[in-house]
Design a protein around this ligand. Structure first.
Ligand code: F0G
Length: 457
């Protein structure tokens, strides 16, 4: 077998429509060339995110009907708890409405001014939650994780030397917790090896610092470990996942990714005292601890999703589809970050649009081109998103100019992604038609969601 087909067939379809090009151009103008402001109905292939955009299975839809909406100790809670505990081995589970709520509750207790919280790469919301409560969020990914062309198996790994330097210099008193994101979304959806997870955990233990996984894409990470780490080739996905969680004192989770849910998340912990403390915050922000931020039916759908996501044929089809998408893009002349990650392909806009300087937002130009030419929506991860400025207020271009095309789970066929690759190929072949942008209106923070742009003359 060179390619594993999806271990499911299609039972229901949802119509999508390619609006005429003139309409797309009008909508772009109206949206200030910001794809977050374009109506989803006018998007043909939507690769903005893999979060909450997956297709639920017949088992999950059936599970919704079994939702027990009792306020406390509902049957659905016990079902959810047993599945999460079964995968993580962690005794204490706090359900939340999505991943960032779990982060908010965790860091509202652990993050304080003067402290440092390391990770391989903090995801935006994780960084924002850490910094909102005062600590400094630092990224310690291995150097090859920043090289978009290095074809290496575990580019999401933690740099153990940098971590040990930090642990030695700041100690337990200065580091309340160490995080590790699996897979590493910010670094291109790259996996972390089990060896690196174990070594990170051992270092944290040596210095007495609690170690947590950001486990949003734990199953995709476990699949890469099985494929790429010879010592783990004979283990099942569940065994690898358990080995990953065994290293950790806790985990934050967005069930909108590897929970195969449209909403949901949780915080899992071993420390009962910390759990009691965090449950108070949970009650204030999310809800009573046996439903958190979720309806009983959501708890049921996520429990079923967490069971399905660790099935190897599903993961083989999933990760295989993303890899084939990457190959199709390369075959069409579009440069990408390699190797492809678990959930997305990242286009290299510097390579695709070498004529557009960083100050003119090449990755945003490519994002706009994908929509104007093909009705495809991706997300810019470059100078527009990061938007760092020097003391004179001048833009400091980002080191990488990427466009993320995230693949929703079980939603699009290879045919859709082949279409996207062809659109991308046309754009690269006619790159001189696409120019830079300038920002005409921007909010004080998180500008990429609402800022308005205009094409440079
Ligand atoms: N951690 C990681 C690694 C993530 O990718 C995300 C979300 C979160 C935490 C937060 O979870 O959205 O449920 O609150 N990532 C989405 C994305 C939004 O498009 O990559 P959430």
């Amino acid at each position: 077998m060179t390619q594993w087909p999806e271990p499911y067939r299609i039972k229901m379809v949802e119509t999508i429509r390619l609006t005429p090009k003139e309409e797309r151009i009008r909508l772009l103008e109206k949206a200030g060339y910001n794809l977050f402001q374009v109506p989803a109905e006018a998007v043909f292939v939507d690769l903005l995110t893999d979060s909450g955009t997956g297709a639920m299975s017949d088992r999950q839809w059936a599970a919704l009907m079994r939702g027990d909406e009792s306020y406390a100790q509902a049957r659905s809670w016990f079902r959810f708890y047993e599945v999460v505990k079964g995968i993580t081995g962690m005794e204490h589970v706090l359900p939340t409405h999505q991943g960032r709520a779990a982060e908010n509750i965790l860091f509202s207790t652990l993050s304080k001014p003067g402290l440092v919280i390391p990770s391989n790469n903090h995801f935006d919301t994780t960084r924002a939650n850490v910094e909102f409560f005062g600590a400094e969020a630092v990224d310690l990914v291995v150097p090859e994780g920043k090289d978009i062309h290095a074809k290496l198996p575990f580019k999401g790994n933690m740099d153990l030397n940098l971590l040990e330097d930090l642990l030695r210099s700041r100690g337990r008193a200065g580091i309340p917790i160490c995080m590790l994101t699996v897979t590493n979304n910010t670094g291109g959806g790259q996996p972390v090896s089990l060896e690196n997870i174990r070594a990170t955990s051992a270092l944290c233990r040596k210095y007495g610092v609690p170690f947590f996984l950001d486990a949003c894409r734990f199953a995709e990470n476990a699949y890469f470990i099985k494929q790429r780490e010879p010592a783990c080739a004979g283990m099942s996905i569940l065994e690898i996942a358990r080995a990953m969680f065994d290293c950790a004192d806790g985990a934050t989770m967005s069930a909108k990714k590897d929970g195969l849910g449209n909403i949901g998340g949780f915080l899992a912990l071993r420390d009962g005292d910390l759990a009691v403390q965090l449950k108070n915050a949970l009650i204030l922000r999310e809800g009573f601890p046996t439903y958190g931020g979720l309806a009983g039916r959501d708890l049921e759908a996520i429990a079923a999703g967490l069971e399905e996501v660790t099935e190897e044929p599903y993961l083989a089809a999933r990760v295989g589809q993303v890899a084939r998408f990457g190959e199709a893009l390369i075959a069409n002349g579009m440069p990408i970050l390699e190797p492809t990650g678990g959930h997305a392909v990242y286009l290299d806009a510097k390579g695709a649009f070498p004529h557009i300087p960083g100050e003119a937002y090449p990755a945003q130009s490519l994002t706009v081109a994908l929509y104007s030419e093909g009705g495809v929506r991706g997300v810019e991860i470059g100078s527009f998103m990061f938007g760092k400025k020097d003391p004179q207020g001048k833009l400091v271009p980002s080191a990488m100019e990427l466009v993320r095309l995230a693949v929703p789970r079980r939603v699009y066929t290879d045919n859709h992604l082949g279409y996207v690759a062809e659109v991308a190929g046309e754009i690269v072949r006619h790159k001189e038609r696409f120019g830079g942008f300038r920002i005409v209106e921007e909010p004080p923070f998180l500008r990429h969601f609402t800022a308005k742009l205009a094409p440079l003359a």
